[in-house]
Design a protein around this ligand. Structure first.
Ligand code: AMP
Ligand code: ZN
Length: 315
């Protein structure tokens, strides 16, 4: 008999643990490999759980009475510019390019393609960016003054971040469901803080072990180290993390609660009626991450999940 389990006390390698979960999801027909790391097709069983996760998230935030808004997976360059995303995360950003040339340029493109060269060099920036965070487009839509009681939005959509990885928890294209408040500094902070206990309870009701910890976003470069320290020191953003790969490895963020203070209010020129710069906050459910954490915790057959978990998800 061959013994393949690691010897007692050995910590399984993180990359091996990620590869094992990825293989399981692919082999058991939950995800379909599309040939680029972090890009997957999703099957019926994935969609069934994903839809249940999203619906449970929406139910948990129903008391907000949020205005529903849906956006395309791309945002205008103008809106993207104002968010300052490119200053903090240039390595995650991605833009849309399109062909605008004439017949001659098209022939040159086809010749390059024939030679096996990169032909995308013949495309021009289309002034559209792939949306990296689904709340971005809303700040340009609320006008220059929000009511004293603020505005609350329910936004779900595609996010793209160029972070190719074989970790099935790290996708390039994914969805987050956000609940955003734009209003007074007090309202924004109350939204960020007030939603945390309920979100935590919801994720725990899915049978996931959850910790709420200060976020440590991957700000780019040397200036980014300062921004990252600032984010932690000022406790601006919290993440709901779960130990997908066991207690010996860092837990993964499956949701977040983020106070932007006056960042978007200043960038988009939004004020409250008393003339103060508006503050904003958003809480986000990472839909694929929650879904995959569920498959990792309970197995790839939802019909065999614990009754309590199925009840919490109304599965
Ligand atoms: P963030 O704006 O970074 O707080 O993202 C909101 C949520 O989206 C996170 O808490 C994650 O659950 C999810 N998320 C962020 N990046 C990725 C990714 N690369 N793949 C899948 N989900 C992600
Ligand atoms: Zn947001």
């Amino acid at each position: 008999m061959t013994i393949t389990e690691p010897t007692t006390g050995a910590v399984p390698d993180l990359d091996a643990a990620r590869a094992a979960l990825r293989s399981r999801l692919l082999d058991d027909g939950v995800l379909v490999d599309l040939g680029s790391p972090g890009l997957y097709g999703r099957t019926g069983v994935f969609e069934r759980v994903y839809a249940a996760v999203d619906a449970a998230g929406v139910r948990s935030q129903a008391d907000l009475g949020a205005d529903v808004l849906r956006f395309p997976p791309v945002e205008t360059l103008t809106a993207f510019e104002r968010t300052d995303y490119i200053a903090s995360f240039p390595d995650l950003a991605a833009s849309v390019s399109a062909f605008t040339g004439d017949d001659r340029t098209h022939r040159a493109l086809l010749a390059a393609r024939e030679r096996g060269d990169r032909w995308e060099d013949f495309l021009e920036p289309a002034d559209l960016m792939l949306t990296p965070a689904v709340c971005h487009p809303v700040y340009g839509l609320v006008g220059d003054t929000v009511p004293q009681s603020g505005r609350t939005f329910d936004i779900v959509g595609d996010s793209f971040r160029r972070e190719p990885s074989l970790d099935p928890m790290r996708l390039q294209a994914f969805h987050m469901h956000e609940f955003v408040v734009i209003g007074t500094p007090e309202d924004a902070r109350a939204h960020r803080d007030g939603r945390i206990p309920g979100m935590r309870a919801l994720l725990e009701s899915f049978g996931l072990a959850i910790d709420v910890v200060p976020a440590n976003d991957p700000f780019f470069g040397r200036v980014g180290q300062i921004l990252a320290r600032n984010q932690v020191e000022q406790s601006l953003k919290f993440e709901f993390v779960t130990p997908v790969y066991g207690p010996d490895h860092a837990a993964t963020a499956i949701s977040s609660a983020n106070l932007h203070e006056d960042h978007f209010g200043t960038a988009f020129g939004i004020r409250t009626p008393d003339g103060e710069v508006a503050h904003s906050a958003c809480v986000a459910f990472g839909l694929e991450r929650i879904t995959i954490a569920l498959f990792a915790a309970h197995g790839t057959d939802p019909d065999a999940w614990p009754e309590t978990v199925r009840a919490a998800l109304a599965l």
